[in-house]
Design a protein around this ligand. Structure first.
Ligand SMILES: Nc1ncnc2c1ncn2[C@@H]1O[C@H](COP(=O)(O)OP(=O)(O)OP(=O)(O)O)[C@@H](O)[C@H]1O
Ligand SMILES: O=P(O)(O)OC[C@H]1O[C@H](OP(=O)(O)OP(=O)(O)O)[C@H](O)[C@@H]1O
Length: 208
């Protein structure tokens, strides 16, 4: 039986998931802490793991380059891929929030500037609230934007809250809870049903 190809988001998601997979008995013999390999095969030959940048996981899965993927809910919400989302691993937990200066809540009567790595999530959130925005797409150090007057608020990830606190910012609103999720290519789900069901069954083992 051919292996199921799994695209795993590098970084925090992979750090948490590799521990979980090992605990569930899904072993990748070539994996080690400083591993730079981008393709790894599971010991039993059922899973071929691809390490890819988080933001690219939805593309790999939607296009069928990977049958399944593991990536944060934030990336799924931002990219909105046409895939099935079938499992919540409940790790790599954080929240997407609107943050800014205490008491400076976004108001309906003026255009607010929003700095974010997540322009699509931010746009949908503020449109629904009837608040007009100017979006500024940044790729990191998002908390800097309000500090230097580049934006009124930010839409970003909060985990421990340390980055906000150390920069004098607070959560103004919570948009969504985030954790690592399993996504599945729709065609693969139909054509490789047995292999994919088997992989999901072993992956479910990490939740128990
Ligand atoms: N404190 C956190 N900050 C950012 N992401 C977090 C945090 N905690 C959990 N996550 C999850 O981890 C994912 C990003 O992990 P990480 O920042 O290691 O990846 P990255 O490849 O460096 O991402 P990027 O290239 O966008 O910075 C997020 O998409 C989110 O689902
Ligand atoms: O609530 P905390 O535990 O402080 O975590 C949240 C911070 O972590 C992430 O940044 P990251 O470390 O990925 O760096 P970046 O700014 O370069 O994206 C995120 O964008 C916040 O800045």
């Amino acid at each position: 039986m051919c292996a199921v190809t799994l695209a795993l988001a590098k970084g925090r998601t992979a750090d948490r998931m590799m521990e979980l997979l090992a605990k569930a008995g899904i072993q990748f013999p070539d994996f080690h802490a400083t591993c730079r390999k981008l393709v790894l095969n599971s010991e039993d030959g059922t899973i071929k793991l691809l390490f890819v940048k988080a933001v690219d996981v939805p593309t790999y899965v939607e296009k069928g380059a990977a049958d399944i993927g593991i990536v944060g809910k934030d990336t799924i919400m931002e990219e909105q891929p046409n895939v099935y989302e079938l499992l919540d691993f409940k790790v790599a937990k954080c929240q997407i929030v609107v943050a800014g200066f205490e008491g400076k809540q976004p108001e309906k009567d003026k255009v607010i500037t929003v700095a974010t790595k997540y322009p699509s999530i931010a746009e949908r959130f503020f449109v629904e609230k009837g608040i007009r925005t100017e979006l500024i797409k940044l790729n990191g150090s998002i908390e800097l934007a309000p500090l230097i007057g580049m934006s009124d608020v930010i839409v970003d990830i909060v985990e421990t809250g340390s980055t906000l606190k150390e920069n004098g910012l607070v959560i103004l609103e919570t948009i969504a809870d985030v954790s690592a999720r399993l996504i599945v290519n729709k065609a693969s789900f139909a054509t490789k049903t047995i292999q994919i069901q088997q992989s999901i069954k072993s992956l479910k083992g990490v939740l128990e």
